[in-house]
Ligand binder design. Structure first.
Ligand code: ADP
Ligand code: MG
Length: 494
Protein backbone atom coordinates (compact mmCIF):
# COMPACT_ATOMS: atom_id res chain seq x y z
CA UNK A 1 0.00 0.00 0.00
CA UNK A 2 2.78 2.36 0.91
CA UNK A 3 4.30 1.86 -2.46
CA UNK A 4 1.04 2.60 -4.16
CA UNK A 5 0.79 5.80 -2.17
CA UNK A 6 4.14 6.90 -3.40
CA UNK A 7 3.27 6.04 -6.91
CA UNK A 8 0.16 8.12 -6.57
CA UNK A 9 2.28 11.05 -5.43
CA UNK A 10 4.49 10.66 -8.42
CA UNK A 11 1.40 10.42 -10.55
CA UNK A 12 0.28 13.76 -9.27
CA UNK A 13 3.44 15.36 -10.54
CA UNK A 14 1.69 15.82 -13.80
CA UNK A 15 1.72 14.27 -17.19
CA UNK A 16 4.86 16.07 -18.29
CA UNK A 17 6.88 14.57 -15.48
CA UNK A 18 5.42 11.15 -16.10
CA UNK A 19 6.45 11.36 -19.68
CA UNK A 20 9.98 12.09 -18.59
CA UNK A 21 9.93 9.16 -16.26
CA UNK A 22 9.09 6.56 -18.81
CA UNK A 23 10.19 2.99 -18.46
CA UNK A 24 13.70 3.68 -19.60
CA UNK A 25 14.39 6.03 -16.73
CA UNK A 26 15.87 5.21 -13.41
CA UNK A 27 13.62 6.85 -10.85
CA UNK A 28 14.03 7.24 -7.10
CA UNK A 29 12.61 9.38 -4.34
CA UNK A 30 14.22 10.43 -1.06
CA UNK A 31 13.09 12.32 2.02
CA UNK A 32 14.52 15.69 3.06
CA UNK A 33 17.20 13.92 5.08
CA UNK A 34 18.36 12.05 1.95
CA UNK A 35 16.95 8.62 2.90
CA UNK A 36 15.64 6.68 -0.08
CA UNK A 37 11.91 6.08 0.15
CA UNK A 38 11.12 4.79 -3.33
CA UNK A 39 12.95 3.21 -6.28
CA UNK A 40 11.49 1.87 -9.54
CA UNK A 41 12.38 -1.43 -11.21
CA UNK A 42 14.99 0.13 -13.49
CA UNK A 43 16.76 1.50 -10.44
CA UNK A 44 16.98 -1.98 -8.96
CA UNK A 45 18.19 -3.40 -12.27
CA UNK A 46 20.99 -0.93 -12.73
CA UNK A 47 22.12 -0.73 -9.10
CA UNK A 48 21.73 -4.52 -8.61
CA UNK A 49 20.14 -3.83 -5.21
CA UNK A 50 16.76 -5.30 -4.28
CA UNK A 51 14.10 -2.76 -3.42
CA UNK A 52 14.02 -3.77 0.24
CA UNK A 53 17.81 -3.53 0.46
CA UNK A 54 18.02 0.01 -0.82
CA UNK A 55 14.93 1.55 0.73
CA UNK A 56 15.88 3.51 3.89
CA UNK A 57 19.53 3.83 2.74
CA UNK A 58 21.28 6.99 1.64
CA UNK A 59 22.57 7.56 -1.91
CA UNK A 60 26.10 7.33 -0.55
CA UNK A 61 25.65 3.53 -0.68
CA UNK A 62 26.20 3.95 -4.46
CA UNK A 63 29.31 6.08 -4.05
CA UNK A 64 31.97 5.14 -6.60
CA UNK A 65 34.68 7.41 -5.14
CA UNK A 66 34.92 8.96 -8.58
CA UNK A 67 33.53 12.34 -7.54
CA UNK A 68 34.91 14.68 -4.89
CA UNK A 69 33.16 15.36 -1.63
CA UNK A 70 32.68 18.92 -2.85
CA UNK A 71 30.78 17.61 -5.88
CA UNK A 72 28.07 16.16 -3.65
CA UNK A 73 27.98 18.98 -1.09
CA UNK A 74 27.48 21.37 -3.96
CA UNK A 75 24.68 19.17 -5.34
CA UNK A 76 22.85 19.16 -2.02
CA UNK A 77 23.38 22.89 -1.54
CA UNK A 78 21.53 23.54 -4.80
CA UNK A 79 18.59 21.21 -4.29
CA UNK A 80 18.09 22.32 -0.66
CA UNK A 81 17.61 25.79 -2.00
CA UNK A 82 14.70 24.37 -4.02
CA UNK A 83 16.56 24.39 -7.32
CA UNK A 84 16.87 21.57 -9.86
CA UNK A 85 20.31 19.93 -10.15
CA UNK A 86 21.45 18.29 -13.34
CA UNK A 87 24.70 16.43 -13.99
CA UNK A 88 26.47 13.15 -14.64
CA UNK A 89 27.20 10.76 -11.81
CA UNK A 90 29.30 7.63 -11.72
CA UNK A 91 27.79 5.06 -9.37
CA UNK A 92 28.92 1.75 -8.00
CA UNK A 93 26.43 -1.12 -8.20
CA UNK A 94 26.08 -3.78 -5.51
CA UNK A 95 28.27 -6.22 -7.49
CA UNK A 96 31.11 -3.71 -7.68
CA UNK A 97 30.58 -2.70 -11.32
CA UNK A 98 30.27 0.96 -12.21
CA UNK A 99 27.62 2.79 -14.19
CA UNK A 100 27.16 6.34 -15.33
CA UNK A 101 23.83 8.10 -15.04
CA UNK A 102 22.72 11.47 -16.31
CA UNK A 103 20.84 12.74 -13.28
CA UNK A 104 18.14 15.34 -12.69
CA UNK A 105 17.14 15.99 -9.09
CA UNK A 106 13.93 17.91 -8.48
CA UNK A 107 12.99 19.16 -4.99
CA UNK A 108 9.27 19.14 -4.06
CA UNK A 109 7.67 21.46 -1.55
CA UNK A 110 4.60 20.84 0.55
CA UNK A 111 1.76 23.35 1.05
CA UNK A 112 3.87 25.21 3.62
CA UNK A 113 6.67 25.75 1.16
CA UNK A 114 8.92 23.25 2.92
CA UNK A 115 10.84 20.68 0.92
CA UNK A 116 9.19 17.33 1.53
CA UNK A 117 11.01 15.10 -1.00
CA UNK A 118 13.52 14.97 -3.80
CA UNK A 119 12.83 13.07 -6.97
CA UNK A 120 15.77 11.83 -8.96
CA UNK A 121 15.41 10.90 -12.59
CA UNK A 122 18.39 9.22 -14.17
CA UNK A 123 19.42 7.94 -17.58
CA UNK A 124 22.01 5.22 -18.14
CA UNK A 125 24.90 6.74 -20.12
CA UNK A 126 27.55 4.12 -19.30
CA UNK A 127 28.14 3.20 -22.93
CA UNK A 128 28.49 6.78 -24.11
CA UNK A 129 30.89 7.45 -21.28
CA UNK A 130 33.09 4.50 -22.09
CA UNK A 131 33.31 5.22 -25.79
CA UNK A 132 33.93 8.85 -25.05
CA UNK A 133 36.77 7.79 -22.80
CA UNK A 134 38.44 5.45 -25.28
CA UNK A 135 37.93 7.90 -28.08
CA UNK A 136 39.62 10.66 -26.11
CA UNK A 137 42.46 8.35 -25.24
CA UNK A 138 42.93 7.12 -28.79
CA UNK A 139 42.73 10.61 -30.22
CA UNK A 140 45.29 11.80 -27.73
CA UNK A 141 47.61 8.99 -28.60
CA UNK A 142 47.04 9.49 -32.29
CA UNK A 143 47.71 13.20 -32.10
CA UNK A 144 50.96 12.54 -30.29
CA UNK A 145 52.16 9.82 -32.57
CA UNK A 146 50.68 10.93 -35.86
CA UNK A 147 54.08 11.92 -37.19
CA UNK A 148 55.53 8.65 -36.06
CA UNK A 149 52.61 6.78 -37.60
CA UNK A 150 53.13 8.43 -40.95
CA UNK A 151 56.77 7.44 -40.85
CA UNK A 152 55.93 3.86 -39.95
CA UNK A 153 53.28 3.64 -42.66
CA UNK A 154 55.74 4.93 -45.22
CA UNK A 155 58.42 2.50 -44.10
CA UNK A 156 55.93 -0.36 -44.15
CA UNK A 157 54.71 0.44 -47.62
CA UNK A 158 58.26 0.63 -48.88
CA UNK A 159 59.54 -2.53 -47.28
CA UNK A 160 56.57 -4.82 -46.76
CA UNK A 161 53.75 -6.52 -48.52
CA UNK A 162 50.63 -4.88 -47.14
CA UNK A 163 46.99 -5.85 -47.54
CA UNK A 164 43.81 -4.91 -45.77
CA UNK A 165 40.76 -7.12 -45.72
CA UNK A 166 37.30 -6.68 -44.33
CA UNK A 167 35.79 -8.78 -41.56
CA UNK A 168 35.08 -11.65 -43.93
CA UNK A 169 38.55 -11.66 -45.45
CA UNK A 170 37.70 -9.88 -48.68
CA UNK A 171 40.68 -7.85 -49.86
CA UNK A 172 39.96 -4.11 -49.82
CA UNK A 173 43.49 -2.74 -50.20
CA UNK A 174 46.87 -3.96 -51.44
CA UNK A 175 50.09 -1.98 -51.87
CA UNK A 176 52.40 -2.15 -54.90
CA UNK A 177 54.75 -4.67 -53.30
CA UNK A 178 51.82 -7.04 -52.82
CA UNK A 179 51.02 -6.86 -56.54
CA UNK A 180 54.68 -7.33 -57.49
CA UNK A 181 55.23 -10.49 -55.49
CA UNK A 182 51.84 -12.09 -56.20
CA UNK A 183 52.02 -11.16 -59.91
CA UNK A 184 48.35 -10.13 -59.76
CA UNK A 185 47.16 -6.65 -60.63
CA UNK A 186 45.37 -4.57 -58.02
CA UNK A 187 42.07 -4.96 -59.91
CA UNK A 188 42.43 -8.75 -59.85
CA UNK A 189 43.00 -8.79 -56.08
CA UNK A 190 40.44 -6.32 -54.72
CA UNK A 191 37.23 -8.14 -53.91
CA UNK A 192 38.96 -11.56 -53.73
CA UNK A 193 40.04 -13.30 -50.56
CA UNK A 194 43.48 -14.71 -49.78
CA UNK A 195 42.49 -18.15 -51.03
CA UNK A 196 43.52 -16.84 -54.44
CA UNK A 197 47.10 -17.24 -53.16
CA UNK A 198 46.66 -20.66 -51.55
CA UNK A 199 49.61 -22.90 -52.31
CA UNK A 200 48.09 -26.07 -50.87
CA UNK A 201 51.11 -26.31 -48.60
CA UNK A 202 49.33 -25.70 -45.30
CA UNK A 203 46.70 -27.86 -43.70
CA UNK A 204 43.13 -26.81 -43.13
CA UNK A 205 43.86 -26.69 -39.38
CA UNK A 206 46.63 -24.16 -40.02
CA UNK A 207 44.18 -21.65 -41.49
CA UNK A 208 41.49 -22.52 -38.95
CA UNK A 209 43.91 -21.64 -36.18
CA UNK A 210 44.84 -18.41 -37.95
CA UNK A 211 41.22 -17.34 -38.30
CA UNK A 212 40.23 -18.26 -34.78
CA UNK A 213 43.16 -16.18 -33.45
CA UNK A 214 42.41 -13.02 -35.42
CA UNK A 215 38.65 -13.55 -35.01
CA UNK A 216 39.22 -13.24 -31.26
CA UNK A 217 40.92 -9.92 -31.92
CA UNK A 218 44.44 -11.22 -31.33
CA UNK A 219 47.47 -10.67 -33.55
CA UNK A 220 48.61 -13.70 -35.58
CA UNK A 221 52.17 -14.25 -36.75
CA UNK A 222 53.60 -17.04 -38.81
CA UNK A 223 55.18 -18.20 -42.04
CA UNK A 224 52.94 -18.78 -45.05
CA UNK A 225 53.73 -20.31 -48.41
CA UNK A 226 51.78 -18.60 -51.17
CA UNK A 227 51.31 -19.24 -54.85
CA UNK A 228 51.67 -16.38 -57.32
CA UNK A 229 49.57 -15.94 -60.44
CA UNK A 230 52.22 -17.57 -62.62
CA UNK A 231 52.25 -20.68 -60.43
CA UNK A 232 55.53 -19.93 -58.68
CA UNK A 233 55.70 -20.14 -54.91
CA UNK A 234 56.88 -17.62 -52.35
CA UNK A 235 57.19 -17.62 -48.57
CA UNK A 236 56.10 -14.68 -46.44
CA UNK A 237 56.50 -13.96 -42.77
CA UNK A 238 53.06 -12.65 -41.93
CA UNK A 239 51.64 -10.48 -39.18
CA UNK A 240 47.88 -10.02 -39.18
CA UNK A 241 46.52 -7.25 -36.97
CA UNK A 242 42.77 -7.13 -36.32
CA UNK A 243 41.11 -3.70 -36.01
CA UNK A 244 38.39 -3.76 -33.39
CA UNK A 245 35.13 -1.86 -33.36
CA UNK A 246 33.43 -0.36 -30.29
CA UNK A 247 32.05 -3.76 -29.33
CA UNK A 248 35.56 -5.21 -29.41
CA UNK A 249 34.86 -7.22 -32.57
CA UNK A 250 37.23 -7.12 -35.55
CA UNK A 251 35.87 -5.13 -38.48
CA UNK A 252 38.98 -5.30 -40.64
CA UNK A 253 42.40 -6.90 -40.74
CA UNK A 254 45.74 -5.50 -41.82
CA UNK A 255 48.23 -8.08 -43.01
CA UNK A 256 51.89 -7.13 -43.15
CA UNK A 257 54.16 -9.61 -44.84
CA UNK A 258 57.84 -9.92 -45.59
CA UNK A 259 59.33 -12.05 -48.31
CA UNK A 260 61.33 -14.91 -46.78
CA UNK A 261 61.47 -17.16 -49.84
CA UNK A 262 65.25 -17.15 -50.14
CA UNK A 263 65.71 -17.76 -46.44
CA UNK A 264 63.26 -20.67 -46.58
CA UNK A 265 64.99 -22.23 -49.55
CA UNK A 266 68.39 -22.17 -47.95
CA UNK A 267 66.96 -23.41 -44.66
CA UNK A 268 65.44 -26.42 -46.37
CA UNK A 269 68.56 -27.10 -48.38
CA UNK A 270 70.73 -26.80 -45.33
CA UNK A 271 68.56 -29.15 -43.33
CA UNK A 272 68.49 -31.73 -46.06
CA UNK A 273 72.15 -31.52 -46.93
CA UNK A 274 73.19 -31.58 -43.27
CA UNK A 275 71.25 -34.74 -42.72
CA UNK A 276 72.51 -36.15 -45.97
CA UNK A 277 76.14 -35.48 -45.21
CA UNK A 278 75.87 -37.01 -41.76
CA UNK A 279 74.12 -40.02 -43.23
CA UNK A 280 76.60 -40.07 -46.08
CA UNK A 281 79.64 -40.17 -43.81
CA UNK A 282 78.13 -42.86 -41.68
CA UNK A 283 77.08 -44.78 -44.74
CA UNK A 284 80.52 -44.61 -46.29
CA UNK A 285 82.05 -46.22 -43.25
CA UNK A 286 79.42 -48.80 -42.44
CA UNK A 287 77.91 -49.91 -45.73
CA UNK A 288 81.18 -51.03 -47.21
CA UNK A 289 82.14 -52.95 -44.10
CA UNK A 290 78.80 -54.70 -44.04
CA UNK A 291 78.74 -55.65 -47.67
CA UNK A 292 81.95 -57.67 -47.65
CA UNK A 293 81.04 -60.15 -44.96
CA UNK A 294 77.56 -60.19 -46.41
CA UNK A 295 78.88 -61.45 -49.72
CA UNK A 296 80.67 -64.26 -47.94
CA UNK A 297 77.57 -65.12 -45.94
CA UNK A 298 75.42 -65.14 -49.03
CA UNK A 299 77.85 -67.28 -51.02
CA UNK A 300 78.13 -69.97 -48.36
CA UNK A 301 74.41 -69.90 -47.70
CA UNK A 302 73.69 -70.55 -51.37
CA UNK A 303 76.30 -73.28 -51.41
CA UNK A 304 74.74 -75.01 -48.38
CA UNK A 305 71.26 -74.56 -49.77
CA UNK A 306 72.15 -76.21 -53.05
CA UNK A 307 73.47 -79.32 -51.23
CA UNK A 308 70.62 -79.57 -48.76
CA UNK A 309 68.17 -82.46 -49.14
CA UNK A 310 66.00 -81.69 -46.10
CA UNK A 311 63.07 -79.56 -47.37
CA UNK A 312 62.45 -77.95 -43.98
CA UNK A 313 66.05 -76.81 -43.72
CA UNK A 314 65.86 -75.54 -47.30
CA UNK A 315 63.02 -73.14 -46.34
CA UNK A 316 65.14 -71.83 -43.47
CA UNK A 317 68.06 -71.23 -45.81
CA UNK A 318 65.79 -69.41 -48.22
CA UNK A 319 64.45 -67.22 -45.42
CA UNK A 320 68.00 -66.40 -44.35
CA UNK A 321 68.92 -65.59 -47.95
CA UNK A 322 65.94 -63.22 -48.22
CA UNK A 323 66.96 -61.42 -45.07
CA UNK A 324 70.55 -61.13 -46.29
CA UNK A 325 69.14 -59.65 -49.50
CA UNK A 326 67.28 -57.02 -47.50
CA UNK A 327 70.40 -56.05 -45.54
CA UNK A 328 72.28 -55.98 -48.80
CA UNK A 329 69.63 -53.70 -50.30
CA UNK A 330 69.71 -51.22 -47.43
CA UNK A 331 73.51 -51.20 -47.45
CA UNK A 332 73.31 -50.62 -51.19
CA UNK A 333 71.10 -47.57 -50.72
CA UNK A 334 73.66 -46.20 -48.27
CA UNK A 335 76.49 -46.84 -50.69
CA UNK A 336 74.75 -44.69 -53.28
CA UNK A 337 74.90 -41.79 -50.86
CA UNK A 338 78.40 -42.42 -49.70
CA UNK A 339 80.11 -41.82 -53.02
CA UNK A 340 78.04 -39.45 -55.09
CA UNK A 341 81.05 -38.36 -57.15
CA UNK A 342 81.68 -41.85 -58.38
CA UNK A 343 78.87 -41.58 -60.91
CA UNK A 344 80.02 -42.98 -64.19
CA UNK A 345 77.85 -41.41 -66.88
CA UNK A 346 77.12 -42.93 -70.26
CA UNK A 347 74.52 -42.25 -72.96
CA UNK A 348 71.37 -44.35 -72.61
CA UNK A 349 67.89 -44.37 -74.12
CA UNK A 350 65.54 -43.23 -71.37
CA UNK A 351 62.64 -45.34 -72.65
CA UNK A 352 64.74 -48.50 -72.42
CA UNK A 353 65.58 -47.89 -68.79
CA UNK A 354 61.95 -47.24 -67.87
CA UNK A 355 60.78 -50.33 -69.75
CA UNK A 356 63.40 -52.52 -68.10
CA UNK A 357 62.27 -51.42 -64.66
CA UNK A 358 58.61 -52.07 -65.47
CA UNK A 359 59.50 -55.53 -66.75
CA UNK A 360 61.49 -56.25 -63.64
CA UNK A 361 58.58 -55.29 -61.39
CA UNK A 362 55.95 -56.97 -63.56
CA UNK A 363 55.02 -59.80 -61.22
CA UNK A 364 54.69 -57.51 -58.22
CA UNK A 365 52.57 -55.11 -60.27
CA UNK A 366 50.17 -57.90 -61.27
CA UNK A 367 50.01 -59.25 -57.77
CA UNK A 368 48.86 -55.89 -56.43
CA UNK A 369 46.18 -55.38 -59.10
CA UNK A 370 47.98 -52.38 -60.49
CA UNK A 371 47.89 -51.49 -64.16
CA UNK A 372 50.75 -49.49 -65.62
CA UNK A 373 50.02 -47.16 -68.51
CA UNK A 374 53.22 -46.08 -70.21
CA UNK A 375 52.65 -43.05 -72.36
CA UNK A 376 55.09 -41.24 -74.64
CA UNK A 377 55.23 -39.70 -78.04
CA UNK A 378 56.76 -42.03 -80.64
CA UNK A 379 59.15 -39.30 -81.78
CA UNK A 380 60.63 -39.21 -78.28
CA UNK A 381 61.50 -42.88 -78.27
CA UNK A 382 65.17 -42.24 -78.92
CA UNK A 383 65.69 -39.52 -76.36
CA UNK A 384 69.07 -39.98 -74.72
CA UNK A 385 70.11 -39.07 -71.20
CA UNK A 386 73.61 -39.11 -69.82
CA UNK A 387 73.35 -41.31 -66.80
CA UNK A 388 74.53 -44.10 -64.61
CA UNK A 389 71.92 -46.60 -65.72
CA UNK A 390 71.73 -48.62 -62.52
CA UNK A 391 71.18 -45.51 -60.48
CA UNK A 392 68.35 -44.27 -62.69
CA UNK A 393 66.83 -47.74 -62.50
CA UNK A 394 67.01 -47.44 -58.74
CA UNK A 395 65.11 -44.13 -58.86
CA UNK A 396 62.35 -45.39 -61.14
CA UNK A 397 62.08 -48.57 -59.12
CA UNK A 398 61.66 -46.61 -55.87
CA UNK A 399 59.06 -44.32 -57.40
CA UNK A 400 57.05 -47.14 -58.96
CA UNK A 401 57.21 -49.17 -55.74
CA UNK A 402 56.01 -46.19 -53.71
CA UNK A 403 53.13 -45.73 -56.14
CA UNK A 404 52.16 -49.40 -55.93
CA UNK A 405 52.37 -49.36 -52.15
CA UNK A 406 50.15 -46.26 -52.09
CA UNK A 407 47.40 -48.22 -53.90
CA UNK A 408 46.72 -51.21 -51.63
CA UNK A 409 43.52 -52.00 -53.53
CA UNK A 410 45.09 -51.61 -56.93
CA UNK A 411 44.64 -48.84 -59.48
CA UNK A 412 46.29 -47.23 -62.45
CA UNK A 413 49.86 -45.99 -62.42
CA UNK A 414 50.27 -43.61 -65.29
CA UNK A 415 53.87 -43.09 -66.41
CA UNK A 416 54.20 -40.33 -68.95
CA UNK A 417 57.35 -39.13 -70.65
CA UNK A 418 57.53 -35.80 -72.42
CA UNK A 419 60.49 -34.07 -73.97
CA UNK A 420 61.22 -30.38 -74.44
CA UNK A 421 64.22 -28.46 -75.72
CA UNK A 422 66.52 -29.13 -72.81
CA UNK A 423 65.06 -31.93 -70.81
CA UNK A 424 63.09 -35.10 -70.55
CA UNK A 425 60.26 -35.03 -68.04
CA UNK A 426 58.83 -38.17 -66.45
CA UNK A 427 55.51 -38.16 -64.58
CA UNK A 428 54.60 -40.95 -62.19
CA UNK A 429 50.92 -40.44 -61.44
CA UNK A 430 49.16 -42.81 -59.06
CA UNK A 431 45.64 -43.05 -57.66
CA UNK A 432 46.84 -43.81 -54.16
CA UNK A 433 46.33 -42.54 -50.65
CA UNK A 434 48.24 -39.33 -51.31
CA UNK A 435 50.42 -37.33 -48.95
CA UNK A 436 49.17 -34.56 -46.64
CA UNK A 437 50.66 -31.14 -47.54
CA UNK A 438 52.69 -30.80 -44.35
CA UNK A 439 54.28 -34.22 -44.92
CA UNK A 440 55.41 -33.58 -48.49
CA UNK A 441 58.42 -31.59 -47.35
CA UNK A 442 59.53 -34.51 -45.19
CA UNK A 443 59.96 -36.76 -48.20
CA UNK A 444 63.66 -37.21 -48.73
CA UNK A 445 64.39 -37.01 -45.03
CA UNK A 446 66.25 -40.18 -44.08
CA UNK A 447 64.09 -42.72 -42.23
CA UNK A 448 60.86 -40.84 -42.83
CA UNK A 449 58.37 -43.60 -43.57
CA UNK A 450 54.71 -44.33 -42.91
CA UNK A 451 55.08 -48.02 -43.75
CA UNK A 452 55.48 -50.84 -41.29
CA UNK A 453 58.27 -52.40 -43.34
CA UNK A 454 59.52 -49.19 -44.93
CA UNK A 455 63.07 -47.93 -44.69
CA UNK A 456 62.37 -44.28 -45.33
CA UNK A 457 65.44 -44.18 -47.56
CA UNK A 458 63.89 -44.52 -51.01
CA UNK A 459 63.00 -40.90 -51.65
CA UNK A 460 66.26 -39.66 -50.15
CA UNK A 461 68.16 -41.85 -52.56
CA UNK A 462 65.99 -40.64 -55.47
CA UNK A 463 66.66 -36.98 -54.62
CA UNK A 464 70.38 -37.60 -54.31
CA UNK A 465 70.70 -39.55 -57.56
CA UNK A 466 68.64 -37.12 -59.61
CA UNK A 467 70.61 -34.24 -58.11
CA UNK A 468 73.83 -35.96 -59.22
CA UNK A 469 72.32 -36.18 -62.67
CA UNK A 470 71.63 -32.41 -62.63
CA UNK A 471 67.90 -32.99 -62.66
CA UNK A 472 65.11 -32.30 -60.21
CA UNK A 473 62.17 -34.00 -58.52
CA UNK A 474 58.86 -32.38 -57.76
CA UNK A 475 56.00 -33.89 -55.81
CA UNK A 476 52.35 -32.93 -55.93
CA UNK A 477 49.72 -34.78 -53.98
CA UNK A 478 46.10 -34.71 -52.90
CA UNK A 479 44.99 -36.91 -50.06
CA UNK A 480 42.87 -39.83 -51.22
CA UNK A 481 43.17 -38.69 -54.84
CA UNK A 482 46.75 -39.51 -55.66
CA UNK A 483 50.28 -38.34 -56.15
CA UNK A 484 52.26 -37.06 -59.11
CA UNK A 485 56.02 -37.30 -58.91
CA UNK A 486 57.74 -35.36 -61.66
CA UNK A 487 61.35 -36.12 -62.54
CA UNK A 488 63.18 -33.76 -64.86
CA UNK A 489 66.47 -34.86 -66.42
CA UNK A 490 68.67 -32.94 -68.83
CA UNK A 491 68.56 -34.62 -72.20
CA UNK A 492 71.50 -35.14 -74.45
CA UNK A 493 71.35 -32.80 -77.42
CA UNK A 494 73.02 -33.07 -80.80
P1 ADP B 1 59.49 -46.05 -47.78
O1 ADP B 1 58.87 -46.38 -49.12
O2 ADP B 1 60.47 -47.08 -47.34
O3 ADP B 1 58.51 -45.72 -46.72
P2 ADP B 1 60.34 -43.68 -49.14
O4 ADP B 1 61.43 -42.70 -48.88
O5 ADP B 1 60.30 -44.34 -50.47
O6 ADP B 1 60.40 -44.74 -47.97
O7 ADP B 1 58.96 -42.95 -48.92
C1 ADP B 1 58.75 -42.25 -47.71
C2 ADP B 1 57.28 -42.06 -47.43
O8 ADP B 1 56.73 -41.18 -48.40
C3 ADP B 1 56.44 -43.31 -47.57
O9 ADP B 1 56.44 -44.05 -46.37
C4 ADP B 1 55.07 -42.74 -47.87
O10 ADP B 1 54.42 -42.34 -46.71
C5 ADP B 1 55.38 -41.50 -48.67
N1 ADP B 1 55.22 -41.71 -50.11
C6 ADP B 1 56.20 -41.80 -51.04
N2 ADP B 1 55.67 -41.94 -52.28
C7 ADP B 1 54.33 -41.95 -52.14
C8 ADP B 1 53.21 -42.07 -53.07
N3 ADP B 1 53.38 -42.24 -54.38
N4 ADP B 1 51.96 -41.99 -52.54
C9 ADP B 1 51.77 -41.83 -51.22
N5 ADP B 1 52.77 -41.74 -50.32
C10 ADP B 1 54.03 -41.77 -50.76
MG1 MG C 1 59.81 -46.41 -50.93
Amino acid sequence: MAQLDKLMTIDKLGSEMLFAMDLTNVVSVCDPAGKITYVNDRFCEISKYRRDEITGEKYSILNSDFHSRKFFSNLWKIVRRGKVWEGEIKNKAKDGTYYWVHTTIIPFEDENGEICKYISIQKDITNNKETEGTLKLTLNKLAKSNKELQAIKHALDESSIVAITDRKGTITYVNDTFCEISKYSREELIGQDHRILNSGHHSREFFKDLWSTIGKGEVWQGEIKNRAKDGSFYWVFTTIVPFLNEAGKPYQYAAIRNDITEQKKSEELLLRSEKLSIIGELAAGVAHEIRNPLTTLKGFMEFLNADEKDEKKKTYYNLLLEEIERINFIAGEFMLLAKPQAVDLSDKRLIDIVQKVIKFLESEIHLKDVVIKLDYDFKDEDVIVQCEENQLKQVFMNLIKNAIEAMPDGGILHIKITVNNESAVLYFKDEGVGIPPEKIKRLGEPFYTTKEKGTGLGMMVCFKIIQNHHGSIHIESKENIGTIVTVTLPKKTG
